[in-house]
Design a protein around this ligand. Sequence first.
Ligand code: ADP
Length: 420
Amino acid sequence: STSKYFLGIDFGTSGARVTVIDDAGSTAADHKQGYGPDGAADWAAAWERVLFELVAALPQDVVANVGAVALDGTSATAMLVDAATGRQLAPPKLYNEAQGAEAVAAAKAIAPASHTATASTSTLCKLLAWHQAGTWQAAAAAGAHPRLMHQADWLAYLLHGRPDVSDWNNALKLGFDPAAEAYPQWLSSQEYALLFPSTVVAPSAPVAAVTAAAASRTGLPRSCMVCGGTTDSIAAFVAAGVSQVGEAVTSLGSTMAVKLLSEERVDDAAYGVYSHRLGDSWLVGGASNTGGAVLRQHFSNEQLQQLSQRINLAQPLGLDYYPLVGPGERFPVNDPGMQPRLMPRPDDDALFLQGMLESMSRIEAQAYQLLAQLGASKVTSVLTAGGGAVNDKWTAMREAALGVPVRPAQQGEGGLLCVV
Ligand code: ADP
């Protein structure tokens, strides 16, 4: 066949998914694979195995006609790699691994106050932990060529062989400034800056063709272009179907996370709000501690479904709840000591649930209002992802509170950034 295919590979927290589309935009193949129970013993080996098994599982005539490939990985998953051999110089530090006080203090000593790179899970703190332990220095003294890579950088490296490439999105939590398209001076002046990805590209920008070795290992053509990657959450946002400024995705999982495509960049550490660059726009996000985890404390999914049917939308309760599983909120209200508010509790569980869903709808509207107040674009429509998306009553309450259309997000195709 003469058609060209595009391959997107999404490396999430528990497994990876490959999606292939043809040049007309139709899905030609789509499948998933978990990292397996042995993954944790050697993450790098598990990810490499899954990458090549996912490609090997595709029809040969599709693989032979792939024009471009892009990969995403979990944000702030850091790897210390010997650029000469691809060997891991330390076990990878995963996206959610908080680093110790010493690393955080070192990040705070150099970064501007409350910079996203000072979070205990940031890529910078992970590198600082290796730096303080002397890990890269010892490897260098032993003749290795240590480099810092994000998960997505390393997977792309397995295909294009460039150990020095990352993208704006993955490099954000290292401290890269996507507006200036450079590392700020407070960072580039550090001794360990020689480990950083020195070429940081736009997500989906062409980087390099696959190597001869990767081509023969996979069956991909030598002409296949490997493109700039991104993080899994940004890939999910794009996959949800958002492309215009003002469009947003609310993720109603255990917590409530909002992401909005904005003309202006907004960063406000007090609220945990920061922006990723996406083309010429900004993906502004924040996360509230309210969400499905509170619902789960009180009700099973089946109860949620049945009680919701009894909710009468024509009679809003207007209870001033602030549903939380424990004390503390950051966004849209910055109050580390905030106590959960779930009183008074009506006798009827359907009314109690209604009060919680109404309150979470109010908090979601407040979240988008705060983003606008901080300078982001006004929200014009909201897509819903996560477990709460199935609840029509909640959707109707949210639509009323937000004053904009609310629709379910499209499913999947997380890695397909090379075609947007
Ligand atoms: P996560 O991946 O963050 O754990 P999910 O996206 O799987 O979350 O969503 C799970 C959440 O969805 C649960 O906390 C649950 O309370 C909530 N949920 C499930 N069914 C419903 C429903 N019918 N209405 C509202 N919330 C629901």
